[in-house]
Design a protein around this ligand. Structure first.
Ligand code: SF4
Length: 253
C-alpha cells in the first residue's frame, strides 16, 4: 500500500514505533479523537513563540503584555474549535500557559538570535523512494538548532536518548539543504506541574550521539512496514491512556 502522505516525518515514525495500530487510526482512517489539555497547551505555546520570533526577525518584537493578551485570546478561540480532554480546569491550564510564556520571555527569549523559525524542509531519500520532512522550531544566526518542548517534568536520560532520532532527522535535512554548517543541536524543555516553580532544561545533543546509517535503517523499517500493511496492536501499559482505546478494544484482531 502507499504511504498516507507524500512524505515520512519524525512524528509519523514515532507514532508508528509507539503503536502501528494507532498510526493506522491516525493517518489512514484520519480519526481525530479529542486532544489532551497538555497537547493543546503545547501547540498554543509553540504558535505564540513562533509568532514572537518571526516578529523579532522582522524588527517588530512584540511587548510582553501584547503577547500575553494574544496568547489568552487564542486560548479562548482555539478551545472552541476542537474537542479537548481537560485533566485540569481550562482556567488553570490557561494560567499555566501564561506562566510558561512569562518564563520564556524572561529567561530564554533575550538570548535568542533567530535566523529561521518553524522552517519546513523536505529532502529526498532516493534509496527508500520517499521524501523526509521536518519542521525545525528555531535556527539561530550561529547555525544552532533548537527544538522547544513544554512538559510537566524534567526529561530523564531515557527520554533524552529517545529524542536522538528527531535531532538526527533535523540535522540530516538541514545539512542536505544548506551544507555542513550546524554548530549546536539542542532541546529546550520548559517544565512545571502547575503555575509555579517553572524551570527549563537545556539538552545538548552531540554529533557523536547521532548515526545517519542507523537513522536510515529506522526510516526504512517504518516505511517498509507501512507499505506492507503491518498495523498490529502494540498492547502495553500506555493503552490505558490511549485516545483510541475504546475503538481498539472493540476490534478483535
Ligand atoms: S489502545 Fe493500545 S494497542 Fe490500541 S491503538 Fe492504543 S496503544 Fe495501540
Amino acid at each position: 500500500m502507499n504511504l498516507p502522505k507524500e512524505y515520512i516525518s519524525y512524528s509519523q515514525i514515532r507514532l508508528y514505533q509507539t503503536c502501528p495500530k494507532k498510526y493506522y487510526y491516525t493517518y489512514f482512517q484520519e480519526i481525530k479523537p479529542p486532544i489532551t489539555d497538555k497537547i493543546f497547551l503545547g501547540t498554543l505555546f509553540h504558535s505564540t513563540v513562533e509568532y514572537y520570533l518571526k516578529e523579532k526577525i522582522s524588527g517588530k518584537e512584540p511587548g510582553k503584555e501584547d503577547l500575553l493578551k494574544r496568547f489568552e485570546e487564542q486560548f479562548q478561540e482555539w478551545q472552541k474549535k476542537q474537542e479537548i480532554t481537560w485533566d485540569k480546569p481550562a482556567s488553570e491550564t490557561l494560567k499555566r500557559g501564561l506562566a510558561f510564556l512569562r518564563y520564556f520571555l524572561r529567561e530564554i527569549a533575550p538570548e535568542i538570535n533567530p535566523l529561521m523559525v518553524e522552517k519546513e524542509l523536505v529532502v529526498d531519500l532516493p534509496d527508500l523512494d520517499v521524501k523526509l520532512k521536518g519542521i525545525i522550531d528555531l535556527v539561530e544566526t550561529d547555525f544552532s538548532i533548537t527544538d522547544f518542548k513544554t512538559t510537566t517534568a524534567k526529561w530523564s536520560k531515557t527520554r533524552i536518548r529517545e529524542s536522538y532520532l528527531q535531532m538526527q532527522i533535523y540535522r540530516y535535512i538541514f545539512e542536505k539543504s544548506f551544507g555542513d554548517v550546524i554548530t549546536h543541536l539542542r532541546f529546550r524543555i520548559i517544565y512545571a506541574k502547575g503555575i509555579s516553580g517553572i524551570k527549563d532544561q537545556k539538552v545538548s545533543i552531540k554529533a557523536s550521539d547521532l548515526e545517519t546509517p542507523k537513522m536510515l535503517d529506522i526510516i526504512r523499517y517504518v516505511v517498509d512496514s507501512i507499505r506492507g500493511g503491518a498495523f498490529y496492536k502494540n498492547e502495553n501499559y500506555t493503552c490505558s491512556y490511549c485516545e483510541f482505546r475504546d475503538l481498539c478494544r472493540k476490534e478483535t484482531k
